[in-house]
Design a protein around this ligand. Sequence first.
Ligand code: FMN
Length: 459
Amino acid sequence: MARQQHFGWFLSRGFGPHGWGHPYYEWNYPWHRPDLYQQSVRDLEQAGFDLVIIEDALSLGNADTLDLRIRSAYGGPKHDPLLLAPYLFDVTEHIGIAPTVNPLAYSPYQAARQFATLQHLSDYRFGINVVTDVGSSRHFGAEPLAHDAAYDRAEEWLTAVRALWHSWGTDALIADPSTGHFADGSRLDPVRHRGEYYSFDGPLNALPFPSLGEASGTGTGTGTGTGSALPGDPVVVSPGGSGRGLNFAGEQSEVQLALASLDVASIRSYRAKVLDAARAHGRSAADIDILFVFKPIIVSSPEEAQRIVDASAHPSDEALLQVAAGQSSDLETDLTGLDLDRPVDPAIFGDHVSRGSIKGLLGAFDDFADATLRQLLTAKARLGRISERAGYVGTADEVADFIEELGAEADNDGFIFSGDLHPVTIHRMLDELVPILRRRGILRTSFGAGGLRANLRDF
Ligand SMILES: Cc1cc2nc3c(=O)[nH]c(=O)nc-3n(C[C@H](O)[C@H](O)[C@H](O)COP(=O)(O)O)c2cc1C
């Protein structure tokens, strides 16, 4: 029997203009209304997916590159994904929803209260994708922290949020109509937090987990304001891939949204780093699912796969310009006006541009002097056959073979498919693949009770 795996969806362009730049935009779904997302999330639940993670960027970015970010809707506009979550919960029963949340934008008290509310409203299906980007600091009147300090702040924030969630003991809520006694104030921890980044008093004015002893029945408030995770809490997801990011995942997260090359050695190595960090913090492999970002191109036959792969070796200038537009937004540097047949001068990248993203543009080249912009973009546009383990283009059977192999050989926990949350994208990706994965026993066919954490712990 194949290893059962978890599947999720990363709404990679956030709560923004879905399908923009693709012909299917003209299905004319209003992206700013909930219907489009509701329809897609229902399909994902029907498919047996465990969760949807919603990307977010708080900011339109640097003032000098504003137009670049919005010209093709790569960086904005984006609405707040936290506020979309209740609409998605309303039309589903099992799937978890994890909007991206940056500690920069929420005080611990506000975060704890809003997230507790959403955890109750959703019957334990809420999660948060905790990110540490500091590029939006100026909108919040804060100085941008250094990379590792932003992780320190995120850790303090999460500990403080959890302490507030746990400020109610399980026996604080009495709710006995016969005595008229609703709650016992002596069972609440006052939570006086004095830290490096935050200073505030509790306890939290929100219903503790579990509510009135029902729901998953797994939560236990301690009334001691513990900052460690407890089973009734919202699920913590994290995407950071630096050493500090992987350590954060090992210590704090229940899902790591992992970005890596999808081969056995890379997956094993990524898993080992996160699991070593988890063990170092007294946790085990069972406490975290490491789910790899995956964006296959599923086609109807091996011949079609080959045609697409062959065509990708000779992209038109128009196709290269599209790649350049995406890269320009990520790099906050306009590449679209540069001469395709000259090398890029690295001096065009300001200090604010992530070194990782610049390395990503270079790809297999060592230095910008070694390649023209056309060569860099052509390498980015290059596709490969999944059956040859040279890329991600293949038939549904070939993609299922690949998924099964990584489960068996790399002990992979599962995948997060990435793309728009547009019904066309979802159907193209999943219509044929889901039945095949089910037949092989890789994808769940039903959900139990208990919410997102319970679903993640099912296998
Ligand atoms: C797959 C993936 C998804 C991410 N999604 C977001 C996001 O939605 N919003 C955001 O501000 N940062 C996002 N990030 C950035 C990270 O949270 C983090 O700020 C950045 O990766 C720096 O951390 P690192 O150096 O540990 O990777 C994402 C990163 C990865 C790898």
